[in-house]
Design a protein around this ligand. Structure first.
Ligand SMILES: *Cc1c(COP(=O)(O)O)cnc(C)c1O
Length: 727
């Protein structure tokens, strides 16, 4: 094999199956709620651009994720945005005889029938599973009608459809993925179905699990509890009890795969996903650490910092979010820009533009946004019967392309704290009220129909937007979707984000703004903690107040300080310096946060290792998986009896009583001054092995780990013993 083949997936041999509950590909296909969906859509587009072999499976939400309107009181109304397959570019998938393809999935004591739609994202096919089939009863046909719709039972049904259905769908199409990527825990039942297949092929449940996990990647996307589905054992028994029989295991053992940090009473889809995959990641450096902490219970005794959850920082699909004006310039300088990861050399042209030229583009983008805001607001007011005088006031600053426009648009989830700046309305009024320094603050976004807290944030902002001090200065605009997001990120001068640290995971709307020359002024969480370099925006250090109110107040004041003393000052008094900041954002952040960079990271850190590991486990008719499982069992039964005895402290000399294991089954290491040193096996006889480490200073901790060549990760099996060695 050449180096090239080693570092890239091979379309002849590899195929990634990418499973996700939502996909934000275009505003015309409303099967996304927010950042997760748009990220998944961008993943597919980029796989197509780069020629990465990938197929995707999701759910067909017939009602569409809703059309948002705000009434005259700021209450959100959610109207269906129905998807008519033919009109939306979806094709019914047929079987070899030309009939509609039918997929069956278990649902309690019977089967649910699914049909399948295909949507092509460039070269990447996306298959959407749809329970609206004549074989199902009325209630069942509505299972996939709404994104994250219905109660907990319906969520379980949707996840059975997505997980089990995805595997059966791809098999029916004759596809044989070599790596399975479960994007969020929603898709984790796919691992069970693949285990069922391997069991049907003759493996034990345990060996099948090893085989399946070896080629599975799992990405967790949020520390927010609502993002992690948990079902009761009763629900699992009622709806999947019969299915468990086909896995050749007991219900108890299956349920144990979903036990979480609270113990074994619930079935947690994130825990299932972690136990059925060997490659796991969070979506930014900080979030990787947060996820490692939150999920540390899966690897008891392993310090969270060492557990196998890594991270790949999210990105955005540049061709989808760059304004045409910027796209054209990039295309001229870098003809292959959309087909590879970019470097900083690819954005040199940003610095070479004259101030007039650069500012001219920025103003053109803003004019487009302001025009759109005007027509969106007028439509909103007309429908709500707002008086003409007030309506005109709300759009009074929208003709001024010299105004400073601050934007905040994303899902209205409470942890994102959209109303943070309202905590000091007097100061906010000063910021927006000066006619010599015309400044606009624009809000948009949907709250999930079940999320009353999120809807209350919208209502509160809306109320303020009609107060005399804020009318025309603080705008709340309905109808957020990908198209509106594109206008906002391209036209706003400043992009705000105020998440509660460290809940943001990544965030991507700020990236979309930055690559268009928007200046982020945000809490240093998620992607921004990696993107901010001191000159390409404004970074706010999270407050360390333990008290939430004190923290919110401190962070609101810090943000208002930045907006007043730095953003407005530069914008209105030293516009050249402002433009330098804006250009720095484009120059540095276009290369770092494109999804081409992200896909290459996935390929290198997760897909290729999973592909290789999967091949290894399946070699010799899966004998490696069987052997590995047997060894794991041995380690689990004997490992508890392994005893460590320190003979000399410095230089360290230890004896290990192997309790029937061999020295080759173990690895010993010490952590000292933050570094890990592996101990050398000095001698092994009978049931005792002696190890030595070089002399060293500082507090040291000794760990005994199970070790086997077929492990995917050094700490995969946790740790048999730890010992504090003192200074
Ligand atoms: C990019 C995008 C998001 C993500 O926004 P965050 O700031 O990451 O929360 C949400 N919705 C839409 C429509 C988007 O385009």
């Amino acid at each position: 094999m050449t180096e090239q083949e080693h570092s890239r997936l091979d379309p002849e041999r590899d195929l990634i199956a990418y499973l996700c509950a939502e996909f934000g590909i275009t505003e015309h296909l409303p099967i996304y709620a927010g950042g997760l969906g748009v990220l998944a859509g961008d993943h597919l587009k980029t796989a197509s651009d780069l020629g990465i072999p990938l197929v995707a499976v999701g759910l067909m939400y017939r009602e569409g994720y809703f059309r948002q309107t705000l009434d005259g009181h700021g209450a959100q109304h959610a109207a269906p945005d129905p998807i008519e397959p033919a009109g939306h570019g979806l094709k019914a998938v047929t079987d070899a005889r030309g009939h509609d393809l039918q997929i069956k999935v278990p649902m309690g004591d019977h089967a649910l029938t699914l049909r399948v739609w295909r949507f092509d994202v460039g070269r990447v096919p996306l298959f959407l599973l749809d329970a609206d089939h004549a074989d199902n009863d009325e209630a069942e046909r509505a299972i996939t009608a709404r994104l994250y719709g219905g109660g907990s039972d319906n969520r379980l049904f949707q996840e059975i459809v997505l997980g089990i259905g995805a595997v059966r769908c791809l098999r029916a199409l004759g596809l044989a993925p070599t790596v399975w990527h479960m994007n969020e825990g929603h898709a984790a039942f796919s691992a069970l179905e693949r285990i069922r297949e391997a069991v049907a092929g003759g493996l034990s449940f345990g060996s099948a699990l090893e085989l399946v996990a070896s080629r599975t990647v799992f990405t967790t996307h949020t520390p927010v509890p609502a993002g992690h589905d948990v079902f009761t054992h009763e629900q699992m028994h009622q709806w999947l009890g019969d299915y468990v029989g086909s896995l050749e295991t007991t219900e108890r053992r299956l349920l144990a795969l979903g036990a979480d940090h609270r113990g074994s009473h619930y079935f947690n889809m994130t825990a299932l996903a972690l136990r059925t995959s060997r490659f796991h990641n969070g979506v930014s450096r900080i979030h990787g650490g947060v996820a490692s902490e939150a999920e540390a219970h899966i690897w008891p005794q392993v310090p969270p910092a060492l557990n196998p959850i890594t991270y790949v920082t999210n990105g955005i699909h540049l061709p989808s979010f760059l304004a045409p004006e910027w796209r054209e310039r990039l295309e001229n300088k870098v003809p292959d820009w959309s087909r590879r990861a970019l470097t900083t050399a690819d954005t040199d042209w940003v610095g070479a533009m004259s101030d007039d030229d650069y500012d001219g583009v920025r103003r053109a983008l803003k004019r487009r946004l302001l025009q759109s805001l005007r027509s969106r607001l007028m439509e909103q007011h007309r429908r709500n019967g707002l008086d003409e005088h007030t309506a005109n006031l709300t759009v009074s600053r929208l003709g001024d392309d010299g105004a400073l426009v601050l934007g905040f648009a994303r899902r209205f989830a409470t942890y994102k704290r959209a109303t943070l700046l309202l905590s000091d309305t007097a100061r906010l009024q000063r910021l927006l009220g000066d006619d010599q320094r015309p400044t606009l603050l624009v809000f948009a976004g949907k709250a999930h129909p079940h999320d009353k807290g999120g809807q209350e944030l919208i209502r509160r902002l809306f109320e303020v937007s009609l107060q005399p001090a804020f009318v025309g200065r603080l705008l709340v605009v309905e109808g957020y979707d990908i198209a509106f997001a594109r206008e906002l990120v391209q036209g706003c001068d400043v992009w705000l984000n105020t998440p509660e640290f460290p809940m943001e995971a990544s965030g991507t709307s700020g990236m979309k703004s930055a690559v268009n020359g928007g200046v982020n002024a945000s809490i240093l969480d998620g992607w921004w903690a990696e993107g901010f370099d001191g000159e390409n925006g404004y970074g706010l250090v999270p407050s360390e107040h333990a008290d939430r109110e004190a923290r919110d107040r401190a962070e609101a004041q810090a943000l208002l300080d930045v907006l007043e003393r730095q953003v407005q000052k530069l914008w209105f008094e030293d516009h050249g310096a402002w433009l330098r900041r804006s250009r720095a954002a484009m120059r540095t952040l276009i290369p770092a946060f494109g999804t081409a960079r992200m896909l290459r990271d996935y390929e290198r850190k997760l897909y290729l290792p999973a592909a290789r590991h999967g091949w290894r486990m399946s070699e010799r008719n899966s004998r490696n998986a069987v052997e590995f499982k047997r060894w794991k069992k041995l380690v689990r039964s004997q490992g508890g009896g392994v005893k460590v005895e320190v003979v000399v402290r410095n230089p360290l000399e230890v004896r290990v009583h192997l309790n029937g294991l061999h020295a080759s089954d173990l690895a010993l290491e010490i952590t000292r001054n933050g570094a890990i040193e592996v101990l050398k096996l000095h001698e092994e006889n009978e049931d005792v092995a002696a190890y030595v480490a070089p002399a060293g200073g500082g507090r040291a901790q000794l760990r005994v780990l199970p070790h086997h060549a077929l492990m995917a990760q050094r700490y995969e099996l946790g740790c048999l013993a730890t010992m504090d060695l003192g200074e």
